[in-house]
Design a protein around this ligand. Structure first.
Ligand SMILES: *[C@@H]1O[C@H](CO)[C@@H](O)[C@H](O)[C@H]1NC(C)=O
Length: 163
């Protein structure tokens, strides 16, 4: 049946097929994390290196460069600063990730602040763990906060810190 199509129809079909494949592949690698939305479903996609949708925990190694990509929709018009919160819960003890927690998400993370309510944004964070990180399993919360401490996006996931 396909062989009897005229050349231009054939090409169009092929192009459509490719487009569908591309969309499918892209949708697949946007979110690779089993996470809990601890905000109000602002998050549209979450990618973190070392994660796999089929695994409960993400595995982060000490010397790897890790990447986090967070796609979300702004739930308000923000000011010019947004705070990154990166908090690990180690058996009930909350620890802010040194060098990440409390830093300005508007500087060098792909966001152009102020954000506009209803618009989609991508927040990028590249980080490495360093030598002195304890090799434990933690629950990590990544949160973007406005100037009043209100949540713009919040994700919680399990991370296994390994050598
Ligand atoms: C930490 O998480 C890893 C990966 O999920 C698992 O294999 C390991 O048993 C866990 N260790 C502890 C002490 O819970």
């Amino acid at each position: 049946m396909f062989c009897f199509l005229k050349m231009n129809q054939h090409t169009a079909c092929l192009a459509l097929f490719c487009l569908i494949m591309m969309v499918a592949v892209q949708a697949n690698d946007e979110t690779n994390v089993q996470y809990k939305d601890c905000g109000h479903n602002e998050i549209k996609s979450l990618y973190l290196s070392g994660c796999n949708v089929h695994q409960k925990s993400c595995i982060l190694h000490r010397h790897n460069k890790n990447q986090l990509r967070l796609g979300f929709v702004a739930n308000e018009n923000t000011g010019k600063t947004i705070k990154t919160r990166f908090i690990c819960n180690l058996a009930g003890l909350e620890v802010g990730w040194p060098g990440i927690d409390g830093t300005d998400a508007c500087q060098g993370h792909g966001l152009s602040c102020p954000l506009t309510k209803g618009q989609s944004y991508n927040y990028n964070l590249d980080f490495s763990l360093g030598d002195d990180v304890p090799l434990v399993n933690v629950t990590a919360t990544v949160r973007l906060e406005d100037e009043q401490g209100g949540k713009l996006a919040c994700a919680r996931m399990h991370i296994s810190l390994q050598a």
